[in-house]
Ligand binder design. Structure first.
Ligand code: SAM
Length: 373
C-alpha cells in the first residue's frame, strides 16, 4: 500500500505568522505590558540610519544629508554631554571630564574610562520623523557617500571602542555593515572579516568595493571559515573582536517569508541557535588577547539568545579554559544615546534597543566583554 504523505500536503501557516505566534508566547512573558508596544513597532515600517562614508566626498555628502534635515546622532549625543559638562563647570568652577565624548583623531591618547570607537558618523531623522533616505549616489570615483542600515546596529561597533593600531576580528561579518563602520574609524591596523556563507561574502566584497578606496584593502583580510573553530585556524590574538551572530532576526522574520528561520523545515536549526551563538562567542573570546575587548551582538529580543548566551560563555570559559571574562557596564551608553533610541531598562547584562513607534530602530542587543587573562 502507498504510504500517506500528510506532511507534504497539509497546509502550513506562513513563516511570518509562525514567528508572530512564537514571539507572542515568549515575549509576552518576557516583556509583560511592554510587549504590545514593541509588537506594533516591529510590525510597522522600520527606521534607517545613513552610515557616513569618510572615504567619499565628505562635504558634498554632509551637505546632502543635512539638506534632508537628518543629523549625525553620535555627534549630537556627544555635544549634548559636552554642553552639560561645560554648564556644570561654570556652576562649580571645577573642570568636568566626560568619559569618551570626543571623536578623537586616530592617534595614541590617554584613554578615558568609557570610550567609543572614534570617527563614526551616522545620520538619522529626528524622533517621530519617518522620512526615508534616498539611495546614495556614487561620486566621480564611483564611491558611495553613505550606507543605509538600522542605526542601532552601529551601537555594537561604537561599544567595541576600537583604538589606534588595533588588530580587529569581525567573526560573522557579511554583508558588511559593521565591517564598514569599523573601517570608518581609520584605526584598524589590520581587520579580519570572516563569514561562513559564500554568497554573503560576495555581498560583503561588493560593499567594500563600493565604499572604500583601493589602498584600504591592504588592511582587510576576508575569509570563509566556520567561526566556531577560528582558534584552530589562526593563532593571531586580536585587540578587538566583534561577534555579531546569526539569530532569529526578529524584525525580518515578521516581514519576509524568504530565508525565514521560522520555516517549517528549519525548526531544528532554530532550536540549535543558542548553541551556535554560544560556540561563536566562545571562539571570539578565545581569539582575543588577554586584555582584549569583545562585543557580542544580535538583532533579537530573545533572552535565550542574548543574556543567557553571554552568561553561559563566561561560565564555560572559566571551567574549560580557566579564562576570566568580565562583563562591562554599558549604562553610560544608554544615557549617551537615549534621545535617539528606546533602551530596555531591565537588561541584566548588556543593552537592548527596543523598537518604538517614535524611534523604530532595533531590536539590537549588545554586550561588551573583556578577556582578563
Ligand atoms: N555583521 C554583519 C553586518 O553587520 O552586516 C551581519 C552578520 S549576520 C547577523 C550573521 C552572519 O553570520 C551571517 O552572515 C551568517 O552567514 C554568518 N554565520 C552563520 N554561521 C556562521 C559560522 N558558523 N561561522 C561564521 N559565520 C557564520
Amino acid at each position: 500500500p502507498q504510504k500517506k504523505r500528510w506532511a507534504t500536503t497539509a497546509p502550513r501557516i506562513p513563516s511570518t505568522r509562525m514567528a508572530l505566534q512564537i514571539f507572542d508566547m515568549n515575549y509576552g512573558t518576557q516583556f509583560g505590558s511592554l510587549w504590545p508596544s514593541i509588537r506594533i513597532s516591529l510590525l510597522s515600517e522600520q527606521k534607517y540610519g545613513a552610515l557616513f562614508n569618510n572615504f567619499s566626498e565628505v562635504e558634498v555628502v554632509a551637505q546632502r544629508l543635512e539638506g534632508l534635515n537628518a543629523m549625525d546622532f553620535i555627534w549630537e549625543a556627544q555635544k549634548a554631554v559636552e554642553d552639560l559638562d561645560s554648564m556644570a563647570e561654570q556652576v562649580s568652577g571645577v573642570p568636568v571630564s566626560s568619559p569618551g565624548t570626543e571623536a578623537e583623531p586616530c592617534e595614541h591618547q590617554e584613554q578615558p574610562i568609557f570610550s567609543i570607537s572614534p570617527n563614526i558618523k551616522c545620520y538619522t531623522f529626528p524622533r517621530g520623523d519617518i522620512s526615508r533616505f534616498p539611495p546614495a549616489k556614487p561620486d566621480i570615483l564611483g564611491i558611495l557617500g553613505y550606507y543605509l542600515l538600522d542605526a542601532a546596529s552601529i551601537l555594537p561597533v561604537l561599544a567595541l571602542n576600537v583604538q589606534p593600531g588595533d588588530v580587529v576580528l569581525d567573526l560573522c561579518a557579511a554583508p558588511g555593515g559593521k565591517t564598514l563602520a569599523l573601517l570608518q574609524t581609520g584605526c584598524c591596523r589590520a581587520l579580519a572579516a570572516n563569514d561562513l556563507s559564500g554568497s554573503r561574502i560576495g555581498r560583503l566584497l561588493n560593499v567594500l568595493h563600493s565604499y572604500l578606496p583601493e589602498q584600504l584593502f591592504n588592511t582587510v583580510t576576508i575569509t570563509r571559515h566556520d567561526g566556531r573553530y577560528w582558534s584552530k585556524r589562526s593563532d593571531i590574538r586580536y585587540d578587538r573582536v566583534l561577534v555579531d551572530v546569526p539569530c532569529t532576526n526578529d524584525r525580518h522574520s515578521l516581514k519576509e517569508e524568504e530565508n525565514s528561520i521560522f520555516k517549517h523545515g528549519r525548526k531544528e536549526e532554530r532550536k540549535m541557535l543558542p548553541m551556535l551563538q554560544l560556540q561563536l562567542l566562545v571562539a571570539g573570546i578565545l581569539a582575543a588577547k588577554p586584555g582584549g575587548e569583545v562585543v557580542y551582538s544580535t538583532c533579537t529580543l530573545s533572552q535565550l539568545q542574548n543574556e543567557y548566551v553571554v552568561e553561559r560563555a563566561v561560565e564555560l570559559l572559566k571551567i574549560e579554559h580557566d579564562i576570566t571574562v568580565q562583563v562591562e557596564d554599558l549604562s553610560y551608553f544608554r544615557k549617551l544615546f537615549q534621545s535617539t533610541f528606546s533602551f530596555y531598562q531591565d537588561c541584566r547584562l548588556g543593552e537592548l534597543v527596543l523598537p518604538h513607534l517614535s524611534a523604530n530602530f532595533g531590536p539590537i542587543y549588545f554586550c561588551k566583554l573583556q578577556r582578563l587573562n
